[in-house]
Design a protein around this ligand. Structure first.
Ligand code: SAM
Length: 258
C-alpha cells in the first residue's frame, strides 16, 4: 500500500499548489450552497500529487463541487451521482456542466451504485448521504473497493458522526484543522480576507470536509463500531424526544372537576 495521505503532508504541499488551484478555478461561476473553495482546495492539496484518474462524487445538486473538480483535474474523469432526478437543481447542474467533457453525470442512490463503481486508486467525494450514513459508505468502500481516499462533507465539529470519527479513526483529518482555517479560509470570502480567528483556537468552520485516507486499518472493525455509534446516537435522540413529549403531555398536578 502507498503511504497514506496525512494532514502534515497536505499542509506542506498546499502553498506550492495554491497558485495552480487559483489559476484553474478562476472565472468559474459559483453556487453559494455548494462545497466551499477552501474545502475543495483541501481535497486538491491532498490528492493532486498522485493525479487520480477518476474522481467519483456522490451528491451533485447544483454541481458546484462537480464543476470545480472538473476544472481542477482536467486529466481525470469525474463521475457524479445524484439521487434526486426530479429536483429543480437538475437543470441548473446540466446547464453548468454543459461544456465539461470530463464529467459523467448519473442518477441513482450512491449507497447502491458506488460499491459496483469504485475501483482501487479512485478518489471519492461524498456530499450526500450525510452523517453516519456517509461515514459508513466511506468505510465500506475503503474496506472492499480500496479507493485511495474518501472525502466526506458536512462532518462539522461537534456533530455525533464527527465525534465518532475523532474518537475512532485516528488517520482521518479535516479541513477545520486550525492551521488550514487560518491559512486558507480567505479563499471563501470575496474580499480575500478571513475573519480574525483567535490564535490556536479550535474553530467550527463551515460544513467541513473530512479526509479518510486508505490505510492498512481494519475497516470491518471500524464499520461495526460506526454502526454501534449510529445506533446509540439514534437511541439518545429518541429518548430525548420521548422525554420532551412526556413532559409536555403531563396532566396538571391537580385538577378540580366539581
Ligand atoms: C449538499 S447537496 C450537494 C452539493 C454539491 N456537492 C455541491 O457542492 O454543489 C447534497 C446532494 O446529495 C444528494 N444525495 C443525498 N443522498 C444521496 C445518495 N444516497 N446518493 C446520491 N445522492 C444523494 C441530494 O439529493 C443533494 O442533491
Amino acid at each position: 500500500m502507498q503511504h497514506p495521505i496525512g494532514l502534515r503532508q497536505v499542509l506542506d504541499d498546499a502553498p506550492r499548489l495554491l497558485p495552480l488551484f487559483q489559476e484553474r478555478t478562476r472565472g468559474l461561476s459559483r453556487e453559494e450552497k455548494g462545497i466551499r473553495p477552501s474545502e475543495l482546495f483541501f481535497l486538491f492539496a491532498a490528492v493532486a500529487g498522485f493525479a487520480p484518474e477518476r474522481i467519483i462524487e456522490s451528491g451533485r445538486a447544483r454541481a458546484q463541487s462537480t464543476l470545480v473538480l472538473s476544472a481542477l483535474f482536467p486529466g481525470a474523469q469525474i463521475i457524479s451521482i445524484e439521487s434526486d432526478a426530479h429536483s429543480p437543481d437538475v437543470a441548473v447542474a446540466a446547464e453548468r456542466l454543459r461544456d465539461r467533457s470530463n464529467v459523467v453525470a448519473r442518477f441513482g442512490d450512491s449507497r447502491r451504485l458506488l460499491p459496483g463503481l469504485v475501483r482501487a486508486g479512485d478518489v471519492v467525494l461524498i456530499d450526500g448521504p450525510k452523517d453516519f450514513r456517509a461515514v459508513k459508505l466511506a468505510l465500506g468502500l475503503l474496506r472492499k473497493q480500496k479507493p485511495r481516499a474518501v472525502f466526506v462533507h458536512d462532518l462539522w465539529l461537534g456533530s455525533t458522526a464527527r465525534n465518532f470519527v475523532d474518537r475512532s479513526l485516528p488517520s482521518a483529518f479535516a479541513s477545520d484543522a486550525p492551521e488550514w482555517v487560518r491559512n486558507y479560509s480567505a479563499l471563501d470570502f470575496t474580499t480575500g480576507r478571513a475573519p480574525d480567528f483567535p490564535a490556536g483556537a479550535r474553530i467550527v468552520y463551515g460544513a467541513t470536509l473530512a479526509c479518510f485516507p486508505a490505510t492498512a486499518e481494519n475497516y470491518q472493525v471500524h464499520l461495526l463500531r460506526c454502526a454501534l455509534a449510529q445506533g446509540l446516537a439514534r437511541l439518545r435522540t429518541n429518548a430525548a424526544r420521548f422525554r420532551t413529549v412526556r413532559e409536555h403531555d403531563r396532566p396538571p398536578d391537580f385538577t378540580v372537576i366539581a
